[in-house]
Each structure stands twice: as structure tokens, then as C-alpha cells.
Write a protein of this length. Structure first.
Length: 168
């Protein structure tokens, strides 16, 4: 069935459609409680791993630090945030460059705590490494999870900004 339900036939009686119950959407607060502590734990004392990633990406360690990039013993971790700065998910970057989300994560935005203090237009880029590159250059950048993702969070984050916004 289109809605994920089931179609049953009971002998000669007419077919019966049973719809799948709609699952409750996990709130941002629940996600922050689950993923915030993980992101903080992976962020702490990861200097060598972050230096390695900075070299691979051609960005500064300060830019990765501003994004709270961490290391979970196998891959780099990029916290993804909602419009309030709560961690709603974690994107992992494997050593081979492949990217996967931590199971249960919601895709969010990537930005530094002080993103709005940077001068110039707000540049909307795709992904954490693009944000790190922009921060390395001293730009005002906010990363979205894909070219179409993060619209709800972006609307709330940027809703009252009077600055020029450029989508890259």
C-alpha cells in the first residue's frame, strides 16, 4: 500500500485495508538529550585526530574546533544542529571520505556558535567541510545537509536576519 499499510483478503469477503499507524516524530529535545552528550564526548581531547582532518581538508583546526568536530575512535564526527543550537544528529566522516549519519540522527545544520558575528553576507553551503572552509576564510557560513535539506531549521535560524543571504 502507498501509505505503508496492508491489504487483506478474508475468504470471499471484500478486501480490507489496514493502515499502518503513524509513528510519533522524535522531538528535537529528545534528540538533543541523546546526541548532545555523544557529540561532546567525541569532541573532547581530539587534537591529533582534528589536525589530521584539517590537513586532509585544507582547513584550519580552529574552523573544525568552532564546529565541535570530534573523533569517535573510527571516524570524525560533525554535530548537526537545529535553529537553537541543539544537537539533533551527528554526521560521521570515515577515513576513506565516506559520510554516514549516526543511527537515529536527524539531519540538521552545521554552524559555529558565533556564526552571526562574522561580517558580510550569510553564505549557505552544503555540509560540514564546506562550512570549515568558509570559516577558514573568515566568512559567515551555515551548512545544510544537502542542496534541498534543512529548510525548516534555516527558516527559523535566518528568519529575522536583515543581511544578504547567498546560497552556494
Amino acid at each position: 500500500m502507498k501509505n505503508g499499510g496492508w491489504l487483506h483478503k478474508n475468504g470471499d469477503s471484500p478486501m480490507v485495508v489496514v493502515e499502518r499507524p503513524k509513528e510519533r516524530r522524535i522531538t528535537d529535545t529528545e534528540l538533543a538529550n541523546r546526541f548532545g552528550p555523544l557529540a561532546r564526548a567525541w569532541y573532547v581531547n581530539q587534537t591529533e585526530a582534528i589536525k589530521r582532518l584539517a590537513g586532509l581538508l585544507g582547513v584550519t583546526t580552529d574552523s573544525l574546533d568552532a564546529l565541535h568536530v570530534g573523533w569517535d575512535a573510527r571516524c570524525w564526527t560533525f554535530p548537526e544542529l537545529n535553529h537553537r543550537g541543539d544537537v539533533v544528529g551527528i554526521n560521521r566522516r570515515l577515513q576513506n571520505g565516506r559520510k554516514i549519519c549516526v543511527v537515529g540522527s536527524r539531519r540538521g545544520l552545521t554552524y559555529a556558535d558565533d556564526w552571526a558575528d562574522a561580517l558580510g553576507p550569510i553564505l549557505l553551503v552544503e555540509g560540514g567541510s564546506d562550512v570549515a572552509a568558509g570559516l577558514t576564510l573568515g566568512l559567515c557560513v551555515v551548512g545544510r545537509p544537502s542542496n534541498t535539506g534543512g529548510v525548516d531549521y534555516l527558516t527559523r535560524l535566518l528568519g529575522k536576519q536583515a543581511r544578504k543571504i547567498v546560497i552556494l
